[in-house]
Each structure stands twice: as C-alpha cells, then as structure tokens.
Design a protein around this ligand. Structure first.
Ligand code: G6P
Length: 512
C-alpha cells in the first residue's frame, strides 16, 4: 500500500498527490490488456486471474491504493462471458489488492483480428522497432487499408466510447491515462467529446525517426501524430523517443509549433508536453519472487542444465528481440573459441508470443532451425550447447537469471527492456550484462554493461568472449554499478514523476 512506508518520502508524496488529483479528476485507464482476465474452468466456472501485461505491473502502486476505472479489451472467451454476466457494465475486480472497476471493450472477432494481427503488431510494432527498412519494406496494400479503417480505427472508437461512458458516470472531468500503440487514436476521439479532460498517453515502445514514419501513408501518420497532440502529456521511455516524436510533429502536423528545449508541441492553441519517463522495476518485489521457495526449486532444477559457465537470455519469442542473431553470435564465438566447447551452455527462456501473427510463426521456426544447427554442429553426448525453454513462467525465468555468467540482451530496438534491469538484482554470480545500444535501458545501464550494436554478429561474439574471460574484480564492479542504477529507482518514482506533471497540468486549468 502506498503511503504506509516511512522509509521513502516519495511514496507518501505519490499517495498524497494521487489522492488530491483523483478527487478532482477521477482516473480512467485505457490499455489493450487489462488488469484482470477471466478463464473458464472445465465445469464452466469463471475464474479471475491477474492480467499478464507489463502495464498491469507498472500501475500496481495505483491499483492497490485507489479506486478507478480501467477500460481494456476482452482478450478471450472468459472475458466476454464475464462481461455478458455483468450485462456490459463495469466489473469490480474480485482480486485482492485491485480496487479497479473494469469495463471490457468487446469488438467482433474479425475487427479485433484486423486491429491486432494486421495493424498493431505487423505494422506499428514492426515499424517502431525498426524492423522495416528499405528495401525490405512490406507492402501496404488494400488489406492493410481495410484493416486500418475497419479494425484499428473501429477498435479505437470502441475504446473511446468505453472511456466516454465511464466518464459520463462521474461528476468531475477525468484524467484519462492511455497506454501504448494500440490506442493512438483514442486521445483525439475522447478530446472531441470531453474537451476539458486531462489526457495522458504513455508509449512503452520506441518512437522511430521521422524517415521511418514516412513509410506509413500520410493519412495514417498524420492521424496518429494529431491524435497524440490532442493529449496534454505524451510520455516515452527515453529522450531519443522524445526527440523523434517532436521532430515527427514538426514535419507531419500542419501548423505545429515545436519547442525542442521545453519539449512542447503547440497545435490549435493547445499545448502538449512531451517527456521521457523511463520505466523502473520494483527491486524488492523482484527479489522477493526470486527468493521464494518456488523459485529456489526451479533454480535447483536449472542448475543441472548449466555449464561451467552459462549464458542466459529471457525474452518473448519476438523478432525485435533479435534472438536469432544472438544465437548466430554464439555460434561464431564457439567457432572462434573451441577451448569453450563442453564448458559453456546457452540457456534461453522464451515466452510464446503473438503466435497468430504470421511473422511470429516464421520467426519461431527460424529460432528452432538455428538452435538445431548449433547443437548438431557442436554438441556431443555430454554437451548440449543451447537449451531453449519455451514457457510463460516468470518465476522460472527469474530463477534462471540468478544463474547467469552472461546475460545477453541484444534487441534490434526496445522501448526499455526490463530483463536488463531484473538480471543484475537477482543474479548470484556477479554476471556480466551484454546490452544492445538500441534499448531504452542502455541510456541508464551503459555504465556497467558491455555494449553491442544489434546487427553486429562479430562484435557480439567478441563481447561473449570478453564477458566469459573477465576477471572476477571487473565482473563484480560492473555488476555493482548496474545494481546501483537499478536500485536508485522504482515503480513509485516512475509514477510520481508522471503524477507531478499531471498535477501541474491540472493546476493550470481554469477552476470551476
Ligand atoms: C509490449 C507492449 C505491451 C504489450 C506487451 C505484450 O510490452 O509495450 O503493450 O502488451 O508487449 O504484447 P501482447 O501483444 O501480448 O499484449
């Protein structure tokens, strides 16, 4: 519960500011994945579970302490049934430590398919993670145009309607907190209906340089930028993203005045503040899970898979995470350093993700092929050079992170990458983090990590070698540097910096 600890005055400040702000402006959160998912048991009974998204974890301090509305997509049959039972009204979360009232957005399956499987992931996610670059740009054809109009726009409209319905039940104007690339158009739609709302959109993924954004048809990029400019505050993970967004507004929004020093876009007499709020992990919580009996049990089992030295990675099975290149670099390392054969093992914890998106299915096959190739070329009866554990099991992955000598984090682009922050605080070996410069986390963690460029196979192979032969003094010093940075922040601080901004925006509003 925030406000209950005496050790961190920022917790008290967050609690007080939230209390005062939400009293004047009730909070409504909108995100594709919600804080709660319903699953049917074999007897057909609906059982609630905590939602799986990172956003749910990030908003935990608020969810535990304040009553507010959350509008989210019905993800599966269970959510749809729960919403039917509630006759389309909001559902009070039955979970302990969740005071939220949840309104599901239910859209026809075909519409959601176009939204999620054609626009959100292959189009926006790929573009924003720089997986599109000439000449490998995919075609934006009539299928994509249709999915934009009857999938993305329609689901965004349904979210805006859900938020407006939540707001209409309240006497004060709301603070609307929107998350991520699924909902870019919602802010503009809500602004039309509730002109005085305080709207904040936080984007968890990288914002691309304008020349990449230019690959989108003009009407799409303009709608996205304009809608974001109808928010009062737009948040990103890093100062790079902030800069790219400001530059995009300058180029693509007619009449926009951009102040790069202040981080402000002025359009139609409205000011949008643009700022970086790098997401943090809850160090105590992560350590608590890593020290739980369940984690220790996993740890014992995983030890049997480790080599004399162990390289570990933890990722969603996701093309932007650059998993195949990570394995190729390891292969080069094994070719160039036969003295490590039989001694080093690569343990990859991969979480199945977006399995209905064609590109993800193919990527999964590529991963399997490269792993098979390495194990066939180098493996022996007594040595499996790469072992992959495909499972969505956070506790097991944390247990694995306790055991690395090297943690490989080499995404092509990544908003933040929390694995790079979790690893050092649970690792028991003074392990070394190899970190791609293209992650948001790099800005903060470059002090202790070994940097690699995402496409640099030879450089990554050399970084693996350097990490594996590093002296224990250097390992320990680098690891401590990482722990110091990660421990200096937490989810409360992350939220507090945003709430301070919202508070100051609300103080500038005319008083009723
Ligand atoms: C990233 C995005 C989130 C998304 C998550 C999982 O962290 O920023 O918005 O929820 O990936 O992806 P999924 O498509 O499974 O929700």
């Amino acid at each position: 519960m925030i406000g209950s600890s005496e050790s961190d005055p920022r917790e008290d400040e967050l609690f007080e500011r939230c209390r005062r702000l939400f009293e004047r402006h009730p909070l409504i959160v909108g995100s594709n994945r919600g804080p709660l998912e319903f699953h049917s048991t074999s007897e057909g009974v609906l059982q609630p579970r905590r939602g799986s998204g990172a956003i749910v974890t990030a908003l935990n301090p608020l969810t535990r302490s304040f009553e507010f509305s959350w509008v989210a997509s019905a993800m599966g049959e269970g959510d749809r049934r729960a919403s039917e039972v509630a006759e389309g009204q909001s559902i009070e979360s039955p979970l302990p430590n969740q005071k939220v009232s949840l309104r599901y957005v239910i859209t026809p399956r075909r519409m959601y398919h176009k939204f999620y499987n054609i626009i959100c992931n292959p189009l926006l996610w790929f573009l924003q993670h720089r997986m599109w670059s000439p000449p490998f740009t995919p075609n934006i054809d009539s299928v994509v145009y249709d999915a934009w109009e009857t999938g993305y726009e329609s689901v965004n409209r349904a979210f805006a309607d859900g938020i407006i319905a939540e707001a209409s039940g309240k006497s004060e104007t709301p603070v609307v907190l929107l998350h991520d690339y699924h909902l870019y158009l919602v802010g503009g739609m809500v602004r039309e209906q509730i002109p005085e709302a305080i709207i904040y959109h936080f984007i968890h993924i990288p914002w691309p340089a304008p020349d990449l954004l230019q690959l989108l048809p003009a009407f799409m990029r303009t709608k996205v930028c304009r809608s974001l400019c109808s928010a009062d505050l737009v948040g990103f993970q890093s100062t790079w993203d902030v800069h790219s967004f400001l530059e995009s507004c300058r180029l693509f929004v007619d009449g926009a005045e951009v102040d790069f020093n202040e981080g402000i876009v002025r359009t139609n007499g409205r000011e949008t503040k643009v700022k970086a709020f790098p997401t943090a992990i809850d160090v105590e919580e992560v350590r608590r899970i890593a020290a739980s009996p369940r984690a220790l049990d996993y740890e014992q089992r995983l030890r049997a898979l480790c080599g004399e030295q162990t390289v570990i990675r933890v990722d969603r099975a996701e093309p932007s995470k650059n998993i195949v290149r990570g394995f190729r670099a390891y292969q080069i390392f094994l070719e160039q350093h036969p003295e490590f054969h039989e001694r080093v093992t690569f343990l990859a914890f991969l979480v199945p993700s977006r399995t209905h998106v064609r590109q993800y299915e193919r990527y999964q096959e590529e991963i399997e092929n490269v792993v098979r190739g390495i194990n066939q070329t180098f493996g022996s009866e007594s040595w499996v050079p790469v072992q992959v554990i495909y499972e969505n099991n956070y506790t097991q992955a944390l247990a694995g992170m306790g055991l690395y000598d090297v943690l490989l984090v080499n995404p092509l682009a990544d908003g933040m990458n929390l694995v790079a922050k979790e690893g050092p605080v649970v690792n028991k070996n003074n392990g070394v983090v190899i970190l791609s410069e293209a992650t948001g986390a790099y800005e903060q963690l470059k002090v202790g990590a070994l940097a690699v460029a995402a496409a640099d196979l030879q450089g990554t192979a050399e970084a693996l070698y350097k990490a594996l032969i590093m002296s224990s003094e250097e390992r320990s010093q680098r690891n401590q540097e990482l722990i110091d940075v990660v421990s200096s922040e937490n989810a409360t601080h992350w939220l507090l910096s945003q709430i301070r901004e919202l508070d100051s925006i609300s103080n500038q509003l005319p008083q009723h």
